[in-house]
Design a protein. Sequence first.
Length: 626
Amino acid sequence: MAHESFEDEEVANLLNQYFIAIKVDKEERPDIDSIYMSACIKINGSGGWPLTIMMFPDQKPFFAGTYFPKRSRYNMPGLMELLKTVHDKWVDDRESLLRSGETLTNAIKEEYAMDYSEKVNPEDLLRDATHTLLNHGDKKYGGFGHAPKFPTPHNLMYLLRAAYFEKNEKALKLVEKTLTGMYQGGIFDHIGYGFSRYSTDHKWLVPHFEKMLYDNGLLIIAYLECYQFTHKNQYKEIAEMTMEYVLRELTSSEGGFYCAQDADSEGVEGKYYVFTPEEIIEVLGKEDGEYFNQYYDITKHGNFEGKSIPNRLHVDYSNFEEEGSLESDKLTAIRKKVYDYRINRTKLHKDDKILTSWNGIMITAFAKAYMILRDEKYLNAAKSAEQFIQNKLSKDGRLFVHYREGISTGVGHIDDYAFYIWALLSLYEATLNVDYLKKSLDFTKVMTEQFFDQEHGGFYLYSQEGELLIHRPKEVYDGAIPSGNSTAAYVLSKLALYTGDIAISETAEKQMYFIMKQISDYPSSHTFSMMAVMLWHYPTKELICVAGKDWQLKEFQELMAVNFLPNVSIIGKTLENEGELKTIAEFTSGYSMKEDVPTYYLCENHACMAPTTDIHDLESLLNISL
């Protein structure tokens, strides 16, 4: 629609004659997008992008739709005709348009006027969410539903927790099937690594070739957690490949992460990514070329407009874990030659905006990678990006939305705060550096003061300091990316466990009641919220390691690295941090070292087991089998 209409002189002349045209980037202004997407859904029963809105100067919408061709065709109204019709209506029957705008605006506001006093049973939500996801799971290729298929990694993260808490083997099987299927398909870039946005078919073969930062960040987390749960090396390798892509292609010299890499080169989607057998043989020679073509299913007939998207769908990975490394030394060497050849094609455009919210997701991914894999390069990436947010995307304790070419703009939204706090908590869990925990509390205080509805619960999308719009929505739907409300519920629940702070616990409780009421009709569409519900519903444990020096926490951290323990909060107390830790989590002052060696305290339901100084005893207490 941008090329067809908004770059067209005839359309521009008509628009400028009768209207004030405003183009909004939904990533920079999710508050505006949320409000007017609600209008579109109210009018049409569905929404989507591009989103076309007509409104009055007071921001009240009276017409909404998605795509309109320049001129009417295929029973679709054309933009030219639509603009003329609306102008005529404005001149001849303005009152009816004004009434429509008022009615629609009231309907949007009423959408959130719910009674949250009625309690919802979390067991019912958990049972419903798991049952629905398993019923919609594709048992052959993984994923959920039919084409197009989106990765939706938080569905997999939720199901891993269902496998853990509920001992649900079907949930784990679907997670593994999905993670394996995505790697095998063309949605994973087998030459340069990283995942595309979604698959246009049910087999994960033909993607929409755009690569988004948030997809790759969330998928790194999902693969790492599955590795931690199953100890199968292939999931670790896929996470490492994806992180290699992010560090190489989406990391700025200043430390922040860019938004995306385009699908098009030379105006053609996917052209950059596809090959012919002859092309590969010319690059690699006959022997290596034929090996490469067979390995990645590059054929004469092709699988995408006469050429081939490299994939591994022709391989039976039913015994995936027995395959050893995903790439042999030989394959790595020749794949790099193909990568070097491909990179000389017309460069893909990069969306070089740096968004606070999406950077929060990727910082979490790299922090988790360090926690599990103990590779310093992942910690360095996470710390650099976090420092970038501090230096470029925050001021006086407030966050900005967006940074590009040296300029930071936009008053931070709930997503920015919630994802950044998640990142800070993840950095704390990875390093046990109390500074990250302290900083997470500082931003939680701002988030609660600026966004939280103290009367009904729930976080508004934009803050008290944001631009006044016709409505302050509270988004809870976990689409391609988790919502700010679900992430806020998750981090508040974790912070309540870490600190024992009564005020945080009360806010977390109010938020959980709000969330559970909001998602009760379709819990499977709110799986990040359901992860917060799990923290609320299932027994949680606090594990405190008391040591003399930071380096003495190493054995404790290594134990945590190799085990998937989503219900355990870990705290490292040393002589160096005990004073600061006491101001954050006062209850930690009662724990001390025994016999001048690292001492472990495992607590549940406000009661602690006898402390132990033996790491193997701690394994038994946690019911860990290494």
